[in-house]
Design a protein around this ligand. Structure first.
Ligand SMILES: Cc1cc2nc3c(=O)[nH]c(=O)nc-3n(C[C@H](O)[C@H](O)[C@H](O)COP(=O)(O)O)c2cc1C
Length: 221
């Protein structure tokens, strides 16, 4: 017997009612104790970046797709000659080594991840003196329309009002039930179509194009 399809709005409403809005991917990540790491997450590339010359890409991710996008943006900047450091927001202690900062986050329940907002609050004074950019991944951007851009930009507001970005990347994300807690996997089994339908909706050409422009925007800011 096939299950009825569930709209994204209804899915998010039920999720909120169920009180599981904070639970996301499987394992410890469900409790915020761990989050996926980009493979390329160490002081990374671009050769001999010295103090104050690195670009930091700090990301918040639950299921790993934002981490992979952070890595791709880092590789694009590296290829353009920048010295780039890709790190989870929780790992960043000090912004002294950086000449620019890019903050990326997954969108959950219409908001950036809490750790991305905490990062921006904690480093707000330092960020005010650096060129910054932000990017987000969410299903709202599966169809790139002016209305969906406005929705996705609204989701990012708790972050953008803290960091005043020179550039904002709004990207479609990935919904991967296999990586979710059983309760989410069960709920996702009702979603057959629409914005919350499982799938990898990331547009890598759009992501790399934004990163290419970002290099110039950060240098000129
Ligand atoms: C529980 C849950 C809630 C979500 N809520 C939203 C949302 O409100 N708006 C949106 O655009 N995307 C939403 N998404 C989609 C994710 O932001 C998207 O899949 C993203 O790529 C996940 O990033 P991550 O793999 O780094 O965690 C949601 C996904 C899940 C699993």
């Amino acid at each position: 017997m096939s299950r009825p399809a569930m709209s994204r709005r209804r899915f998010l409403t039920l999720a909120g009612i169920a009180g599981v809005g904070l639970c996301t991917c499987g394992g410890l990540g469900a409790w915020g104790l761990s989050s996926p790491r980009a493979a390329f997450s160490q002081p990374s590339c671009g050769g001999e970046g010295t103090l104050g010359e690195w670009v930091l890409i700090a990301y918040a991710s639950k299921c790993g797709s934002t981490a992979e996008v952070a890595e791709a943006i880092g590789q694009t900047l590296c290829a353009a000659g920048a010295a780039v450091d890709v790190r989870r927001v929780q790992e960043v202690r000090d912004l002294t080594p950086y000449r620019a900062v890019v903050v990326g986050t997954a969108i959950r329940m219409g908001e950036p991840l809490g750790e991305a907002v905490s990062f921006a609050k904690k480093h707000q004074a330092a960020l005010a003196g650096l060129p910054t950019a932000v990017f987000s991944l969410g299903t709202a951007m599966i169809h790139d329309t002016p209305e969906n851009r406005a929705t996705a930009a609204g989701y990012l507001q708790p972050l953008t009002e803290l960091v005043r970005p020179v550039s904002t990347g709004l990207f479609a994300g990935k919904v991967d039930p296999a990586k979710m807690e059983p309760i989410w996997r069960f709920m996702m089994s009702f979603v057959k179509e629409g914005e919350m339908a499982p799938g990898d909706h990331r547009d890598w050409d759009a992501i790399r194009a934004w990163a290419t422009e970002l290099n110039a925007a950060l240098a000129g800011a």
